[in-house]
Design a binder for this molecule. Structure first.
Ligand code: PEP
Ligand code: MN
Length: 332
């Protein structure tokens, strides 16, 4: 249940009420908001006079639910707003991993030169093998921050564990929670304590309910700036890396109030499929698209097969703009 307290309730009374019903207490748009599990179906009599409005739910998808907020939430990435009624699809591009100053500088120049706003690049890589490139860590983050400073681009990078959150808050504009890390409560709780936007990627074996509940961890801790990212599920198919769940995207659009970003690069696993899949994604009317691009994909230290080269990435934006326009959106 979500309860909005009356405006005249003092902070210590609000805390007392929260404790008495075992609820989270957050502040939202000047309101004191309590959130309990969805098991609570009636306002307890002892607090009835303190409550202004309340919402009852069938599942623990509550703050993220359209039943609570029928409008889509806005999230600000640097100075760029996505979601809400912006009808903007932000194209986020850049390499899988930050590999060197030269490589990330070329990528920042690409993003800036195309009039885009946001550069991606992993520094703490959640690799499946311990023998693969693990990322540049803090040195990589500092390179991203340098590009942010020099080119005025926003940067997004992944927190592989909770100990990275403070650094990522300092050096970047969006915290990415990866598909393998999205169940990590340490990361989710740390993301809840900041106002930095958090992009949560859906795990490849994660139900939609589990996915949105990960978002609820962040929202119920007081961070309203949550973005959902679909990046493909593991199915019986082996010819593509994963299977992009566009049905799931339709479900999220219908039932949640969070901005939705799609990542066709990780879903497909092969560069040849990324442009066509991107068109399908953009045609759904989405808030963002993440596409991996590398100055020389063949020598990329991670995800080499799926990264577009820069010419392909430039062509992608040209091809996507009319698709976005056809559904009333604009690529930014
Ligand atoms: C990535 O964005 O490079 C990445 C590792 O993604 P995912 O968590 O979706 O596998
Ligand atoms: Mn990658």
């Amino acid at each position: 249940m979500i309860l909005h307290l009356k405006n005249n309730i003092a902070q210590d009374r609000a805390e007392e009420i929260a404790n008495s019903i075992n609820a989270f207490l957050i502040h939202q748009d000047g309101k004191q908001v309590l959130i309990t599990g969805s098991g609570l179906k009636e306002v307890p009599a002892i607090i009835e006079s303190d409550v202004d409005e309340f919402w009852v739910f069938d599942t623990d998808i509550q703050l993220a639910s359209k039943k609570y907020r029928s409008d889509k939430r806005e999230v600000k990435i640097g100075n760029t707003i996505i979601g809400g009624d912006t009808k903007s699809t932000i194209l986020i591009g850049g390499p899988c991993s930050v590999e060197s100053e030269e490589q990330i500088r070329q990528s920042a120049e690409l993003i800036k030169g195309m009039g885009l706003t946001t550069l991606r690049g992993g520094c703490y890589k959640p690799r499946t093998s311990p023998y693969s490139f693990q990322g540049m860590g803090l040195d990589g983050l500092k390179l991203l921050a340098k590009m942010r400073e020099e080119y005025g681009v926003n940067v997004i990078t992944e927190a592989r564990d909770a100990t990275h959150i403070d650094e990522i808050i300092e050096y970047s504009d969006v915290i990415q929670v990866g598909a393998k890390a999205m169940y990590d409560q340490g990361i989710l709780r740390a993301c809840a304590k900041t106002n930095k936007p958090v992009l949560i990627k859906r795990g490849f074996g994660t139900t939609l309910k589990e996915f949105v509940q990960a978002a609820e961890f962040v929202l119920s801790g007081g961070n309203e700036n949550v973005i959902l990212c679909e990046r493909g599920l593991r199915t019986f198919e082996t010819n593509t890396r994963f299977t992009l769940d566009l049905c799931g995207v339709a479900w999220l659009q219908e039932h949640t109030n969070l901005p939705i970003v799609l990542d066709p690069s990780h879903a497909m696993g092969y560069a040849y499929g990324v442009p066509v899949l991107s068109r399908a994604c953009v045609a759904m009317g989405i808030d963002g698209l993440i596409v991996e691009a590398h100055p020389n994909p063949k020598v990329a230290k991670s995800d080499a097969s799926q990264q577009l080269n820069f010419n392909e990435f430039k062509q992608l934006l040209k091809d996507l703009q009319p698709v976005a326009n056809a559904v009333g959106y604009n690529m930014i």
